[in-house]
Ligand binder design. Structure first.
Ligand SMILES: Cc1cc2nc3c(=O)[nH]c(=O)nc-3n(C[C@H](O)[C@H](O)[C@H](O)COP(=O)(O)OP(=O)(O)OC[C@H]3O[C@@H](n4cnc5c(N)ncnc54)[C@H](O)[C@@H]3O)c2cc1C
Length: 391
C-alpha cells in the first residue's frame, strides 16, 4: 500500500490533522494508522474537554481562540448525509482562583489575555462570593473568570474529526506501527505489527503518550512521558448554582457534568508510565485522601457527595516545559513531523493544531498562526517556553 501522507495515531490530534488535510484537497492519498478504533486506551476520551483562553503563552491563547469558534460551529460544519455530530459544546466559562502569592501572575496573564481579545474579568473575593455563592474563598485573593470558555465532549469531537476525515477520502488502517524504514534523510516505509508495509512520502507522529516510541524508530528523542491522571465523577446532595470549570493553584479542577461534577487533581508524585488500573496502587485512596479535601475546600457543599466513578488517562507530559512540541523533531530526517506533549491541553488545541499540521505538510510552513516558538529547537537550545501561573 502506498500513500502520500501517513499519520501514525488517530486520536483527536491525528484525526484533526487528517480532517484538515483531507478537506484541503491537495494532499493526495492519506492514511491514518490507528490500532484502537474504539479508543479504549487513547487519551482523548478520558479528557475533561475543557477549552479556555486562560493561558500566558500567546500561542496557547490564540490556539484556544481558534478552537472555541471551531467547536462552536462543529455540529453544523461537520454534518454530512447520514452523520450528525453532537459534541455538547457548552460555553459555561472558566474560573481560575489564586491565593495572595499567585495574584500578580494572574493579573499579568489577564492583561495578556484581554489584550489578545479574550473576554475575562478579574474578581476579588467579594465579587466572587456574590457571583458564585457556593465557592469556598477563605484562601482566595483573586479570581479570573472567562465567560466565553467552556467544554466539549472529547470522544464526540474525536469521532467527528474521524468521520469527516473518512468522508473526505482518508483511509483508517487498524494496526500499530512497529517500525519505520529510513532511506537517506527520509522515512519511506512503516511496517505494521500485522506484517503489512505502508509506503509513504510524508509521515506524522501523532501517537499521543506513545509518541516517544515512534520517535525512537527514527532514533530521535522527545522529552515526553506518559503521566497517569485520574478523573472522578460525583453527585452532590445540595443545590449548587451553575458553575464554570473551576481550577485553582493546587491543580484541582472540576466542572458540572450531567446531574453531578467531573474533576480531579493531577499529581507529579507518581512515577511516569502507563497505569492500567486506577483503582489500585498509587491511586487506590487518592480521591479520599487528596482530591476530596481539595474540592470540599473549594466548594464546602462537596463535604457531602457520592463518588460514582473513577477513571484514568495519560497526559503526554512534556517534561521539559509543559507545552506541546510541533514540527520536525529529528535533525537527520526531513519528512516526519509531530504534534505531541500536550500536557493536558490537546483537546482544546486540536483544531488549531490540525490546521497547523496541514499547513506544515502542504505549504512547508505556518500560514495562519505561527507556532514556530513551540518547535523542538527550544529543547535543543535549552530555552523553555513555559506557562506561568495555573497550568
Ligand atoms: C484526566 C485528563 C483530563 C484532561 N482534560 C483536558 C481538558 O480539559 N482539555 C484539554 O484540552 N485536554 C485535556 N486532556 C488532555 C487531552 O486529553 C490530550 O492532550 C489529547 O487527548 C491528546 O490527543 P492525542 O491525539 O495526542 O492522543 P491520544 O488520544 O492518546 O491518541 C493517540 C493515538 O495513538 C495511537 N497509537 C499509539 N501507538 C501507536 C502506534 N505504534 N501506531 C499507531 N498508532 C498508535 C493510540 O492508539 C491513540 O489512539 C486531559 C487528559 C486527561 C488524561
Amino acid at each position: 500500500m502506498k500513500f502520500d501522507i501517513v499519520i501514525i495515531g488517530g486520536g483527536i490530534i491525528g484525526s484533526a490533522a487528517a480532517y484538515f488535510l483531507g478537506k484541503d484537497g491537495r494532499a493526495g492519498d492519506i492514511a491514518v494508522i490507528e490500532p484502537d478504533p474504539t479508543y479504549t486506551v487513547a487519551t482523548t476520551p478520558q479528557g475533561a474537554g475543557g477549552v479556555r483562553q486562560l493561558f500566558s503563552v500567546p500561542e496557547n491563547i490564540a490556539m484556544s481562540q481558534f478552537s472555541l469558534g471551531f467547536y462552536e460551529n462543529f455540529d453544523g460544519e461537520m454534518t454530512f448525509p447520514d452523520y450528525q455530530p453532537d459534541i455538547g459544546f457548552r460555553r459555561q466559562g472558566y474560573l481560575f482562583v489564586v491565593g495572595k502569592t499567585g495574584a500578580v501572575t494572574l493579573e499579568e496573564n489577564h492583561k495578556r489575555q484581554t489584550t489578545m481579545g479574550a473576554r475575562a474579568e478579574l474578581m476579588d473575593v467579594a465579587v466572587l462570593g456574590e457571583k458564585f455563592p457556593s465557592l469556598g474563598v477563605s484562601d482566595v485573593a483573586l479570581g479570573c473568570y472567562s465567560p466565553d470558555d467552556g467544554w466539549i465532549d472529547p470522544y464526540s469531537a474525536l469521532q467527528g474529526f474521524r468521520r469527516n476525515a473518512e468522508h473526505h477520502g482518508v483511509t483508517y488502517i487498524k494496526s500499530r506501527v512497529a517500525s519505520l524504514g529510513v532511506t537517506g534523510r527520509a522515512v519511506t516505509t512503516a511496517t505494521l505489527e500485522d506484517g503489512r508495509t505502508i509506503e509513504g512520502a510524508f509521515f506524522l507522529n501523532t501517537a499521543g503518550p506513545w509518541c516517544t516510541e515512534i520517535a525512537a524508530m527514527v532514533e530521535a528523542e522527545l522529552p515526553i512521558k506518559p503521566m497517569c491522571r485520574a478523573q472522578h465523577y460525583w453527585l452532590c446532595d445540595s443545590d449548587v448554582e451553575p458553575l464554570p470549570l473551576v481550577k485553582d493553584e493546587t491543580g484541582m479542577f472540576f466542572r458540572p457534568e450531567g446531574a453531578g461534577f467531573a474533576g480531579g487533581c493531577p499529581t507529579f508524585d507518581i512515577e511516569p508510565g502507563f497505569v492500567q488500573d486506577v483503582d489500585r496502587g498509587f491511586f487506590a485512596n487518592y480521591f479520599e485522601e487528596t482530591v476530596w479535601p481539595l474540592i470540599a475546600n473549594r466548594v464546602p457543599k462537596f463535604e457531602s457527595i457520592k463518588l460514582e466513578r473513577t477513571w484514568g488517562g495519560h497526559y503526554a507530559q512534556n517534561m521539559f516545559d509543559g507545552n506541546m512540541i510541533i514540527g520536525t523533531f529529528s535533525s537527520r530526517i526531513d519528512n516526519i513531523v509531530t504534534a505531541c506533549g500536550f500536557s493536558g491541553h490537546g483537546i482544546m488545541h486540536a483544531p488549531a493544531v490540525g490546521r497547523a499540521l496541514c499547513e506544515l505538510v502542504l505549504d512547508g510552513d505556518y500560514q495562519t498562526l505561527d507556532l514556530a516558538a513551540l518547535g523542538i529547537e527550544r529543547v535543543w537550545q535549552d530555552e523553555p517556553y513555559a506557562e506561568s501561573g495555573i497550568k
